[in-house]
Design a protein around this ligand. Structure first.
Ligand code: KIV
Ligand code: ZN
Length: 565
């Protein structure tokens, strides 16, 4: 007998808690659509009490992806879930976020370990028990589907944990989640805890038991599988394993372990495994978190065979060194799909087939870039198309756009870049700068413009270039991270808010252009978060910032060289 395991994907909630992984609203909706295509049972869409933007994003996902007939899923709409602390206001906001979904869920949590009770919550065990009963009951009065999580369950006293889970169950919880919040447990210990809970909480078979493991010791997938083997029937995971600190248990690893070892585990999921690679790429692009080449299942080398002995074995029979076929996870989608003579309609049809439908002006832009790409690259693959489409996705509601750039570099002079940018209000600004190399020069020119129009640029803390497909003509995909300058200097005092980190990605066959796009995306996220990209820039101007008039004087044709920073 094969038991069904529900997959709760929390990429949009726990995943977004990865440093610098903040996603724009449009990006979250796109990830939600990809998760629906993948066939996840539950999408944890966000934490509405965290901010108005979070609430709006959860609402949009509930209305768009969580409705019957929603695009993408052939399995009916997934459950749309929102997280809430065990507090009335949080729970009411979570309900507000998900209520438009065909199958809404409220997920509320409270810590159960003595460590958290004493140092964080400053609550007694009795108070925790009472709060859980009251808040789960309140959530249940709003929504038929309520999940309760005992935060830090893996470090809790098992008897107290069982008492809290029992209280949640009696108050109406339909799913009980056992998180290893700090990634501390080991597979045998975690499996034993799940078995203990199943044996000691009366009536627990009336609820779905869930596991949620973090990867601090690299054991998240092993612990999740141990929990499932002990009787849990929901796994909480994220695409690429992104999440708080070292991340969460990775969806692709858990799903492919269940799929590949079905005979041993006796488990199955409803996931369409052929969508795994494209979901992984999408999440990597919108979060700016690169997938390491050796990452299980979705890494660039996951199906590469380097040593002669391995290649010889593979030529004789694939099963010598391959436990899953690349096509099972969608890793074969680098084949030629469209070429120089393909038209707009063929491109639109192919984009819809790969789950990235584009229409109207966005399609015009993607088509223009596709044509330019076919001039430079013979084989345009699905992977190229995914990157082109993602490059059209705005990093925020308003963006600073690259209007054009020119770079001179080499061994005979000083690398110089001229950059022309368009601000969301239509202001066009051009600056030039000299740098240690062409990327540095172009970033300095961008910094000069941003410095003029918005006060201060950020500090580049990470820069990486990847080739999308093989070959010298490949699209270069650049990801960057930018840290905003701390007010009053770095670490002015210990309780000053931590400077935020923003990511950006850009693609082009010219990696200097891709680098400029990526940097502008990250800066756009930063400026949008500071409220500096509104239509009327003067309304958000900081003291000392260049005025609109001054910016206009610098528009088209007024170029300055060198010494800009
Ligand atoms: O790790 C954790 O404990 C969580 C809970 C809120 C489920 O993310
Ligand atoms: Zn978590």
């Amino acid at each position: 007998m094969t038991a069904h395991v529900r997959i709760l994907d929390t990429t949009l909630r726990d995943g977004e808690q990865s440093p610098g992984a903040t996603m724009a609203a449009a990006e979250k909706r796109e990830v939600a659509r990809a998760l629906a295509r993948l066939g996840v049972d539950v999408i944890e869409a966000g934490f509405p009490a965290a901010s108005a933007d979070d609430l709006a994003a959860v609402r949009a996902i509930a209305a768009e992806v969580g409705r019957d007939g929603a695009p993408g899923s052939s399995h009916g709409p997934p459950i749309i879930c929102a997280l809430a602390r065990a507090a009335r206001r949080d729970i009411a906001q979570a309900w507000d976020g998900v209520r438009a979904a065909a199958r809404p869920r409220i997920h509320t949590f409270l810590a159960t370990s003595d460590l958290h009770l004493q140092h964080k919550l400053r609550m007694t065990r009795g108070e925790v028990l009472a709060r859980v009963a009251e808040m789960v009951g309140y959530a249940r009065s709003l929504c038929d589907d309520v999940e309760f999580s005992a935060e830090d369950a893996a470090r809790s006293d098992p008897e107290f944990l069982c008492a809290v889970l029992g209280a949640a169950l009696r108050a109406g919880a339909t799913t009980l989640n056992i998180p290893d919040t700090v990634g501390y447990t080991t597979p045998d210990e975690f499996g034993a805890l799940i078995a203990h809970v199943r044996a000691r909480v009366p009536g627990i078979d009336g609820a779905v038991l869930s596991v949620h493991c973090h990867d601090d010791l690299g054991l998240a997938t092993a612990n999740t599988l141990a929990g499932l083997a002990a009787g849990a029937r929901q796994a909480e995971v994220t695409i690429n394993g992104i999440g708080e600190r070292a991340g969460n248990s990775s969806l692709e690893e858990v799903v492919m372990a269940i799929h590949t070892r079905a005979g041993k585990l006796g488990l199955a999921t409803g996931i369409d495994t052929t969508q795994l690679i494209s979901a992984s790429r999408l999440v990597s692009m919108v979060t700016g978190i690169a997938v390491p080449p050796n990452k299980a299942v979705v890494g660039g080398n996951a199906f590469a065979h380097e040593s002669g002995i391995h290649q010889d074995g593979m030529l004789k029979h694939e099963s010598t060194y391959e436990i899953m076929r690349p096509e099972t996870v969608g890793a074969d989608r680098t084949r030629l799909v469209l070429g120089k003579h393909s038209g707009r309609a063929a491109l639109a049809a192919r984009l819809a087939e790969i789950g990235a439908p584009v229409s109207g002006e966005a399609l015009d832009r993607v088509f223009a870039r596709f044509k330019a790409l076919t001039d430079r690259k013979k084989q345009v693959t699905d992977a190229d198309l995914e990157v082109l489409v993602s490059d059209e996705r705005p990093a925020s509601d308003a963006e600073v756009a690259l209007e054009g750039m020119q770079v001179s570099c080499g061994t005979l002079g000083m690398p110089t870049a001229t950059v022309r940018l368009r601000w969301p209000d239509g202001t066009i600004c051009m600056r030039a700068a000299v740098g240690t190399g062409p990327v540095d020069a172009s970033y300095k020119a961008i910094d000069a413009i941003v410095g003029d129009l918005a006060g201060s640029a950020g500090q580049l803390v990470e820069y990486a270039v990847h080739a999308v497909t093989e070959g010298i003509d490949a699209l270069g995909h650049v990801t960057v991270r930018v840290r905003e300058a701390a007010a009053g200097g770095i670490a002015a005092h210990s309780d000053a808010p931590r400077p935020r980190v923003f990511h950006g990605a850009g693609a082009d066959t010219d990696i200097i252009v891709a680098s400029a796009r990526a940097y502008l995306r990250a800066l756009s996220r930063m400026l949008a978060a500071r409220g500096q990209l509104s239509e009327d820039r003067t309304a958000t101007a900081e003291p000392g910032r260049a005025s609109r008039d001054r910016a206009d004087q610098r528009s088209e044709g007024s170029t300055e060289y060198g010494g800009v920073r």
